[in-house]
Design a protein around this ligand. Structure first.
Ligand code: ZN
Length: 270
């Protein structure tokens, strides 16, 4: 299984993904906007794009569907309930479905509403064991970002997004690599430090990602996210006490959901 993270360099800071079976040369593309970049990457690797997945219906994740299909004849896959918003879906996706690419790639569909109400993530349980011991991967669209969470103001709901985090994402192995739909890591780490000024993981990482080559971006793991992503740090005493200064209505026993929703609200204006 080969994973190519494609940096678009556009104003939305999108990432596209090309996932290929090393044995058969078949490939799946996630969230194409810049279809030409996807085609160029496939050509460079000598693979054939046979499937396109949209994690959700926003135009910056679907905009390349038509030209990419015209060039490749690939099948289009998206949430089973998103057919009103995404034309031409060949296969509607539901929780637990398994996508196969060639002989060596299996991706499990997670139904993860919140950023929009029809959002899927793809989970590859086995990628490979590398020096860091990571062996699974999550393609999370606009649900989870490096050091952040998706916004909910274009058809979403922060309470529902919290449930997707709490019921599904938190339970995946800490060694899972995180592959989001956009690069917002520097700004998100700034938000972490606004909320948790003493967060050492965020302090250490921020200068590094500000300088990073976006064609070789840092890939975090869920275990790392739990150290610097405030949306996974809902029980941090420092985070909670600082949030109560801003929202006095939160008491010491505030639920994780209430904390998550207030963080999302603050991040909207930050
Ligand atoms: Zn979106």
């Amino acid at each position: 299984m080969r994973i190519e993270q494609i940096w678009t360099g556009n104003d939305f800071r999108n990432f596209h993904y090309l996932i290929a079976c090393s044995q058969t040369g078949e490939a799946l593309v996630i969230d194409p906007l810049d279809h030409a970049l996807c085609l160029a990457q496939a050509k460079a690797l000598g693979v054939q794009i046979t499937q396109i997945v949209n994690t959700h219906e926003h135009p910056d994740h679907t905009g390349g569907n038509e030209p990419l299909r015209a060039a490749t004849n690939a099948k289009l896959l998206a949430h089973a309930k998103s057919s009103d918003a995404i034309p031409g879906i060949d296969r509607g996706l539901s929780a637990g479905d398994v996508l196969r690419v060639g002989k060596s790639v299996e991706l499990r569909v997670l139904d993860t509403p919140g950023h929009t109400m029809t959002h899927v993530c793809l989970y590859a349980e086995f990628v490979e064991r590398d020096a860091a011991g990571t062996e699974s991967a999550l393609f999370c669209g606009d649900t989870l970002f490096n050091a952040g969470a998706g916004n909910c103001h274009n058809g979403g709901d922060p309470h529902v997004l919290y449930q997707s985090f709490a019921d599904q994402l938190v339970k995946l192995p800490d060694t899972t690599r995180v592959y989001p739909g956009h690069d917002y890591i520097a700004r998100n780490l700034g938000f972490t430090l606004d909320r948790e000024p003493d967060n050492q993981a965020a302090q250490a990482l921020l200068p590094r990602v500000r300088e990073q080559d976006m064609n070789q971006p840092l890939v975090t793991t869920l275990g790392q996210e739990k150290t610097f992503n405030v949306f996974f740090r809902l029980r941090s005493p420092a985070l909670r006490s600082r949030l109560r200064e801003r929202f006095p209505e939160l008491d010491e026993l505030a639920s994780d959901e209430a904390i998550f929703v207030k963080l999302r609200e603050l991040r909207n204006r930050w």
